[in-house]
Design a protein. Structure first.
Length: 254
């Protein structure tokens, strides 16, 4: 059964990792998909090619999510190409690992702007388009297990993920009257570009893996199903929810 037949899905940070897996998952479920990305032209083009190979329409729009104008530009270009927006997956994010006491101001500022401000502008732009269309919609934000727990080298990052989680809760209230559902996924540790360097440390990798009841770190594709589900009518009565997708890591205290 295809869950997103005929829908238009927008994904920020769709060139690689979780965003790319979400974009391909949406196309496999019958959606036309527009992706935003920051700089990886070749990877964005190859994602569009993969969407088109699935028989769907694809579009890549370059833009820094930290800038409010990137959000309106992304939504406008998607509407120009596909006529409407049914789903926004707000996913783009960065995590430049760094110690707390000497954290550069620029690193804090950039991480907040990309991860939190970026999500805010994208969600707002998509919601305005959905309200104009008058037929509801679905917004799925990629938050993190890090919205709930800390990280020594992520003091600038975990607050942004808690912020994204909170944004989805407040947006669910603000947008419910328009039939727009807002939910977040909370991935655990997923093997992508964002943590390639950090997880090159085999000791850390082994420690992270040992905490996971399902016995392995996640792959980007592990997020595709949960994101497609929350975006689809199968989740018609789900809003303001947060779905952990972490192999059980969060609950594994002892
Ligand atoms: N991997 C993990 O363990 C976890 C990841 N997450 C979250 O998942 C999301 C995706 O991360 P992940 O797939 O792992 O990372 P990747 O580094 O693989 O992908 C990041 C994506 O975001 C895009 N991006 C980065 N900065 C910007 C920007 N300023 N404007 C627009 N696009 C941007 C990148 O585009 P480009 O390629 O062009 O730079 C790329 O498409 C993030 O929000 C992250 O916080 C949450 C929990 C765990
Ligand atoms: C990038 C990290 O490996 C990853 O990001 C998160 O949000 C997870 O908590 C992991 O720490």
């Amino acid at each position: 059964m295809k869950l997103l037949e005929g829908k238009t899905v927008l994904v920020t940070g769709g060139s690689t990792g979780i965003g790319r897996a979400a974009a391909i998952g949406a196309a496999q479920h019958g959606a036309n998909v527009a992706i935003n990305y920051a700089s990886s032209d070749d990877k964005a083009a190859s994602c569009v090619a993969e969407i088109e190979a699935l028989g769907q329409r694809g579009l890549a729009v370059k833009g820094d999510v930290a800038l409010p104008e990137s959000a309106t530009d992304f939504v406008n270009k998607a509407v120009e190409a596909f006529g409407r927006v049914d789903v926004m997956v707000s996913n783009a994010g960065i995590c430049p690992f760094h110690a707390f006491l000497d954290m550069p101001v620029e690193t804090v500022d950039r991480t907040f702007r990309v991860n939190l401000h970026g999500a805010y502008y994208m969600v707002q732009a998509a919601a305005n388009q959905m309200v104009r269309q008058g037929q509801g919609g679905a917004i799925v934000a990629v938050s993190s297990i890090s919205a709930l727990v800390g990280g020594e080298f992520q003091t600038h990052y975990t607050p942004t993920k808690a912020g994204v989680h909170s944004l989805m809760q407040s947006a669910a209230i603000a947008l419910g009257k328009y039939g727009i559902r807002c939910n977040s996924v909370l991935p655990g540790t997923i093997l992508t570009e964002i943590n390639k360097e950090d997880l090159a440390d085999q000791d850390k990798r082994d420690r992270m893996t040992a905490r996971i009841p399902l016995g392995r770190l996640g792959e980007s594709e592990d997020l595709a199903g949960p994101i497609v589900f929350l975006a689809s009518d199968m989740a018609a009565y789900v809003t303001g929810a947060a779905l952990l997708v972490d192999g059980g890591a969060f609950v594994n205290l002892q």
